[in-house]
Every structure is written in structure tokens, then in C-alpha cells.
Write a protein that binds this ligand. Structure first.
Ligand code: UDP
Length: 415
């Protein structure tokens, strides 16, 4: 696997580390358990990092030195694509010939390195885009910057040249066709999953205590990288609208924003704090640093609802994790969220980003405790169908099919 711009060993929830890190770790670990050895190539971000780390038997992470240490903006990383690709090839050159059977690229930058490696090694290339520039550009939040042309061209080339594409949702599979002209026979939909051992229901009062809140607190939760695209501001405005409607909640309502700075959104936490002040809800808002997965589970269990108001979201692991903990989700009807959340059953999907609509949905859940409980139970059932084991079944199917397709080609076409 190639995961150039973000290491699977990083704490998700800040910088460029998010759902894709979780995806790479969860699938690599489980593939290795099933006897499919996985080497993940990522860019080294510190001089003290060893060249090779083995998080589990059969799962190795190679830290490739390419460009300056430290976290680099995604857009700067294109400049370090060549040294990174060279580092991947050099590492493989030190291994036994025919070491790898297949390359799986995660995100377009990795895909570009992966194409070269796969061609050099004479093995097939599977690509997961995770997000698509054309789709992102069509749904930009106000003030957000467009994805650059180099990415659009990079994605076009990958769609043309990868042996197979993996989409997270049926919607993404359609977008690969409609926005990039992908041949549907070369696209498979394999939904990501959720770790059902970590994210499971538990008593709310106990969870509230563990996150440092009193038992009568009403917690509205945002989890994710704090950036415009994820629209935490919509939650703050919705909370203010909710308090206007129900002033009795003022002393109990807590809005927790769990996650760290991310790329272009580095001014975002201050902007959110300013917004909270201007809305008069600064005493109700808690900005929390990125939390481990086990700690996050307490937040989900403690929350009355998790809010995912993103402008664009390729899948939305947070929505599934929340449901697995029996907490209803109020989410924007975009991208993968209609797959991740069962509208009216395990949560409420909202069209657009008008805070008043989110406030209405939250009011319904808060005002009707039985509805919240019913949605919570339905969420657990829905999340149970989205396990990482199922994702890995899907990936193994794709790998097998791609390898078989390659073997069926005449030798010249294989090169
Ligand atoms: N996450 C985390 N700690 C945090 C915030 C987020 O572990 O403090 C994880 C979260 O549990 C989820 C991932 O980061 O698994 C975010 O994935 P999602 O698909 O929701 O968004 P993305 O980051 O891919 O845009």
C-alpha cells in the first residue's frame, strides 16, 4: 500500500491525518491477520523515525525520506513525489525479486507513485481515491480554495491507467464514471468499516463522567479535523438557534469540537472561538484536542447527538462510529453520508447547511428521548453491517480479480 501524505501511525484527527489513516491501519492489520502481508510506504516526517516499523506481524510501515521533515501541506507534496517514488523503488530493490504481487494506492498522490512502482515491478495497480477533486471543487465551502489542476490531471491519469478502482460508496463509483469517465467494469464499491470492539454502546452517565461532564449535561458532538469543509461553524450556529428556541437548556448544553488543526483551516479554531463569542455561547463550547479511538468512544457514548454538517464527505467514518455507540447522527445529505446514516432511522439527514434546519433536527432528537433511543438502537444495527472484516473481504475479492485479470492478458499487455 502507498500512503504518501499521511502515515498510518499518526494520530488521526489533525493535519492530514483522518479517515484514510484509520482505513489504511484497519485494513492492513486485518489483511495481515488473514495471511496477506502488507507493506505500507509513507513519507518520513521526523529524523528519529526508523526506516521500518512493524505494527503487527505481516504489517510493515516503511518511512521514506523525501523532502524536508515535518508535516507538509498536501499541495507542497507534489514537489516531493519523485524522491518519494525513488525511495519506494530503492527499498524494493533491496528485497527479494518479485517481493510484491500488487500495489494499492490511497489518495491520488500515492497513486502517482504507485503507478510507477507497479509498472516497474510488472504487477497490477489498484487505486482508492478517497476524495475526488472535481467533486470537492463542486461543493466548496465559502472561502475554501479550489483543488489544483495538477490533482485533476493526476486523478484523470490514474483512472485511465490503474487496473482497478475501489470506491467507498456507490455514489463515489458513479462519480468516477460521471466526472472522470471511468469504465464501470473497472470500479468496485467496498465500503469502509468501524471497529465494533472499540465503538460499542455504554451507559451515557458513565461516559459523561469520563469526559468530565455532569450527568445532566446535554452534549452535541463534532469529531474531525477542524476545517471549513467539515463546517463545525454550522453546529455552533445550530446550537445558538437551539438555545433561542429552548433557553432552559442554556446551563446544560455543551458543544464539544474534538479534533485538531488541518491544512488550510489552521485559523479555524480561533475563528470558531470568535464565532462562539459572537453567538453568546462561548460558555457552552469546548474545543478538545485530537483524542485516541478509545477516548473518542466515551465522547460518542456521552453525546445526545453527533453532528456531521460537512460540505463534502467521501464516506464519514465519524458518523458510523457514533452509530456503533448508539448515538444518533445529524448529518448533511452529501457524499457518502446518506450511505453511512439511515435517514429517519439511525439519524437525520439535512439538505444544505442552514443552521436552522440542523437546530430543528436536533430539537426533535432532544425533545423526544424515545426517538433518540430508537435511533441509537437502529444505529447499532446499521453499524454492525459495516465491519472492517467485510471491507477486507471486499478488498481481497478485488485483489484476486485484478490478479486473475492480469494473468489472463498476453505477456506484452502485462508490461
Ligand atoms: N479521529 C480520531 N480522533 C480525533 C478526531 C478524529 O481518531 O480526535 C478519527 C475518527 O474517529 C475517524 C477519522 O478520524 O475515524 C475521521 O474520519 P472521517 O471519515 O470522519 O473524516 P476524514 O478525516 O476522512 O475527512
Amino acid at each position: 500500500m502507498i500512503s504518501l501524505h499521511t502515515s498510518p501511525l499518526e494520530q488521526p484527527g489533525s493535519g492530514d491525518a483522518g479517515g484514510m489513516n484509520v482505513y489504511v491501519v484497519e485494513t492492513a492489520r486485518r489483511l495481515a491477520e488473514r495471511g496477506v502481508a502488507v507493506d505500507v510506504f509513507t513519507r518520513a516526517t521526523g529524523p528519529a523515525q526508523p526506516a521500518e516499523v512493524r505494527p503487527a506481524p505481516g504489517f510493515t510501515v516503511h518511512n521514506i525520506a523525501a523532502g524536508p521533515f515535518g508535516t507538509l501541506d498536501k499541495h507542497t507534496l507534489t514537489r516531493h513525489l519523485c524522491p518519494f517514488t525513488f525511495g519506494v523503488l530503492r527499498t524494493e530493490a533491496g528485497a527479494d525479486p518479485g517481493h510484491y504481487d500488487l500495489v494499492h494506492g490511497h489518495y491520488w498522490l500515492s497513486g502517482r507513485a504507485g503507478l510507477v512502482a507497479a509498472q516497474r515491478w510488472g504487477v497490477p495497480m489498484v487505486q482508492s481515491m478517497h476524495t475526488l477533486a472535481r467533486v470537492k471543487n463542486a461543493a466548496l465551502a465559502a472561502g475554501d480554495t479550489r483543488e489544483p489542476d495538477v490533482r485533476l490531471r493526476g486523478e484523470d491519469g490514474l483512472v485511465r491507467r490503474a487496473d482497478h478502482l475501489v470506491a467507498n460508496t456507490a455514489d463515489e463509483a458513479r462519480q468516477l464514471g460521471s466526472h472522470y469517465g471511468a469504465d464501470p467494469s473497472r470500479v468496485s464499491t467496498v465500503p469502509p468499516g468501524v471497529d465494533l470492539d472499540v465503538f460499542r454502546p455504554g451507559p451515557r452517565a458513565d461516559a459523561l463522567r469520563r469526559v468530565g461532564l455532569p450527568p445532566d449535561a446535554v452534549l452535541l458532538l463534532f469529531v474531525g479535523r477542524v476545517q471549513r469543509l467539515k463546517a463545525p461553524d454550522v453546529l455552533l450556529r445550530a446550537a445558538a438557534a437551539l438555545l433561542e428556541r429552548d433557553p432552559g437548556l442554556r446551563d446544560r448544553l455543551v458543544v464539544a469540537v474534538v479534533g485538531g488543526l488541518s491544512g488550510g483551516g489552521t485559523g479555524e479554531p480561533r475563528r470558531l472561538a470568535d464565532l462562539a463569542r459572537s453567538l453568546g455561547i462561548e460558555d457552552n463550547v469546548r474545543m478538545e484536542p485530537p483524542r485516541s479511538r478509545a477516548e473518542l468512544a466515551h465522547y460518542y457514548r456521552a453525546a445526545a447527538a453527533t453532528v456531521v454538517p460537512s460540505h463534502s464527505e467521501s464516506f464519514g467514518l465519524v458518523a458510523v462510529e457514533s452509530q456503533a455507540c448508539a448515538t444518533p447522527v445529524v448529518a448533511a445529505r452529501v457524499g457518502g453520508l446518506p450511505t453511512a446514516v439511515r435517514d429517519g432511522v439511525s439519524g437525520i439527514l439535512v439538505a444544505g447547511h442552514d443552521p436552522a434546519d440542523y437546530a430543528r433536527a436536533l430539537h426533535r432528537i432532544l425533545a423526544e428521548p424515545r426517538l433518540g433511543a430508537r435511533m441509537g438502537a437502529a444505529g447499532v444495527a446499521h453499524a454492525a453491517g459495516l465491519s472492517w472484516e467485510a471491507t477486507v473481504d471486499g478488498l481481497i475479492g478485488v485483489y484476486r480479480g485484478t490478479l486473475a485479470g492480469r494473468r489472463a492478458l498476453p505477456v506484452a499487455a502485462n508490461q
